[in-house]
Ligand binder design. Sequence first.
Ligand SMILES: [Zn+2]
Length: 319
Amino acid sequence: MLRKKILLMFVIGFALFMFVGCNAEETQQEEVAEEQETTGAIDEAIEVAEEDELFITTSFSILGDVISTIVGDRGTVEYIVPIGEEPHEYEPVPSDFRKVSDSDVFYVNGLGLEEWLEKLVESVGDVEVISVSDGVTPIMLGGDEEEDPHAWMSVANVQLYVEAIVADLIERDPAGESTYRENADAYLAELEELDAYIKAEIEAIPEENRVIVVSEDAFKYFGEAYGFQTEGVWEINSHEEGTPGQIARVIDVVNDQSIPAIFVETTVDRRYMESVAGDTGVEIAGEVYTDAIGQEGSGAETYILMMKHNVDTFVNGLK
Ligand SMILES: [Zn+2]
């Protein structure tokens, strides 16, 4: 990719040099001919660059899935935070720095999710960093000026992500416009179906049981979109504590509201919810995906599958 970029710059540079160099002594007619030749050379060079596929990096696996669905075969998409690790306080390793510096673009969630972003971006040169959540109306964290980053837990927000990603891809690679648009439209339709699926499935849960209790209160956007109360031992992993007081508060909520089931995340230590389960006698009714998609073979390998898995798990536990 880099080699082609250098070639492109060389060809344009050479063409401009020829154009400027010859210009002074030429008749107007010759000038026009020369200009056409120059434009042709630049167009040709751009075509060469466009044949080359994009190399895109993103911060975590959920965005990796969404972006690769839109990019299709016009590029390669890699993500930084491995599945199973949480994306808030990740420590980038040397290969992450290389990946990002080799990228045409680095897509991030924004809303403060990637607390390690500054450290990474500082040392990778001039890679463009694009936040895909700019169209989202943020939910604020309690008692603070910080935004809750888990906007992807609402399908409507991911539709906004898709629009932001497709707009940026088209600007970056105009020749791929029809591919990106088609892929995005097909995906937006799937997201529409997912939204309808969620709304239909949760009908099986009695209103008073529509409460999600997990370790990290990452379901606020889901709760707002689909009418669930959400509770966590802590509010966000980057503030993670799990103090006895925090656990006691959740235990009280579960007991006071007679909540029939609690859940544990794939990216958080189970012990906090096990402690709530032990004290209340309420069972952990399954694992849910919040900050990462599932491993190969989990049945939650994509954003859509992870959301369906979560909804099915909630319905089974709370109906
Ligand atoms: Zn989180």
